[in-house]
Design a protein around this ligand. Sequence first.
Ligand code: C2E
Ligand code: CA
Ligand code: CA
Length: 587
Amino acid sequence: MLKCDGAYMTDNRAAEAAVKTLVLQNEVAKLTLDAIEEAVLRIDISGDITYLNRKAEILTGWPRNEALGRPITDVLLFTEGRSTSTNDSALNRAEFERGALIPIANCKTCTLVRRDGVELGIENTVTPIHDQDGIVTGSVVAFHDVSAARAKSVEISHLAQHDPLTGLPNRVLLNDRLTQAISLAMRQDKQLAVMFIDLDQFKKINDSLGHVIGDKLLQSVAGRLVNCVRRTDTVSRLGGDEFVVLLSQVEHEEDAAMSARKILRALAAPHIVDYKNLDISASVGVSTYPSDGPDAESLLNKADTAMYEAKKQGRNNYQFFRRDMQVRIAERQLLERDLRYALGRNEFLLHYQPKFSLETGKITGMEALIRWMHPQRGIVSPAQFIPIAEECGLILPIGRWVLLQACKQGRVWRDSGFGIVPIAVNVSAAEFEDKDFISGVRAVLISTGVNPQNLELELTESVLMQDAESTVRTLHALKDMGVTLAIDDFGTGYSSFTYLRRFPVDALKLDQSFVQDITEDPGDATIVSAMISIGTSLNQRVIAEGVETYEQFMFLKSHKCGEGQGYYFSHPLVAEQAGKLIGATNF
Ligand code: C2E
Ligand code: CA
Ligand code: CA
């Protein structure tokens, strides 16, 4: 019945307006949802899709008209690892209150497979929808693409765990892997090995050829190390020229020894860097689990200790950790600590040992030998602390002190009328290579007024053989200054005749190990007489060291050795006694 009833009209209009408002609100909501960056999808209680916004269409690859009414498991496909699956953790059928089933759960780390197969990292949240009575009628799934953020975080974690220069795992990742490998080895009752690898004399290459070349050499070393081990092993760089290799599967100690030998061989072949052939060797320390320690830290420490031993054994070799090494290293560290204060506390002292002419019996010179008066240990011999000083760089200030002190003493003897006695000073490799060495010698000569001819520098053969070219230059510079040069411990190094001829050397000091047995061992007697002949023919003075007996003295004298030094003539003496001896002998 159509009746123009005012009330009815009003009701109708109101309803219409309400519907309009509702449609409008719905439209606004849709537009709003389409405008946002979050993908939104709504499902009903049976898990079928009742709505999805623009972003959800884009991320799933499903247009609205095809997606509506489909089960959510068709549209939201997740992978787990590599295989695509629509169950288990990513699509858990989580049971919500009142028995309603929502076929998807919150997930922070799932990978969505878009309809075209492209995989996207997403994060989603699922919120159940309740009706007025509080009954779950469906749910809203909101999700967004986190692929870029995830890639960035993967990149950041890679950076945090790898060494930028070589791309190798760094200390952080090594620690992680080592800790994991230890727990695996423990469960399986297996062994593993840690190798600490330190390049020999790398600093020299870096200093002489520059950091760019040094870096490339490190990259080449890294590549060789990686090629030496199995894929399951870890090669890492701790920094500088220190690498650590973790061998995760070791049956016997010999397996680790084999790997160490392989590494030494692989590194020894020349490295071609910027068209240059570079040679480098390494010292390797090995520790094994479980015998050397229960955790990553102790295994690394032990391998490091063993590496130091390998350095001490002359480099380019490997050593397994042994308990006695640790005692020695601890002792060494104590000495090194005290050595740092020794100069400042005036704990050094020089003794002087005379050299004699075997023919006239006169003193031909005094060799300065350093002594360390340790406040607790008493006198520490230079054989004990000089190698430590050389390693930690303290030899430079100590060497300068010795040179100055010895020259001052020479001046004191001269001024007190004891006559002019040449002073001999021992020079370590590190001092000789120091760029300020020559100017330092000059400064001392000037400040003490010692005639350069009365200063003899004793250099060991190993110093001379280190880098022939620059050695020759330094030797000539010293010669030009007028300083005398002697080769110390002659016969123990690899002196070749060519070198001997090239070096402007004035004297050879025959090592005491040869002199010791000349009267008993015919072999040593032959060697000593041959060395005397070499020196004489090259116009060099020959000085025999370590002469202890009358027989040795007579042998040397009869073989025309020019000078001798040793307990037979005199022990090293304090300055005052040495001065008296000069006075008594030379006048
Ligand atoms: P070196 O230069 O070969 O010195 C000779 C060493 O043999 C000295 O030991 C000396 O005391 C000892 N000696 C002398 N005559 C005899 C002998 O007849 N028989 C025996 N068995 N030994 C004898 P020292 O003073 O303990 O020095 C040891 C080494 O320490 C030296 O060997 C030298 O290489 C180094 N050294 C000493 N003073 C200095 C120094 O001021 N600077 C540097 N760089 N090294 C030094
Ligand atoms: Ca000497
Ligand atoms: Ca010597």
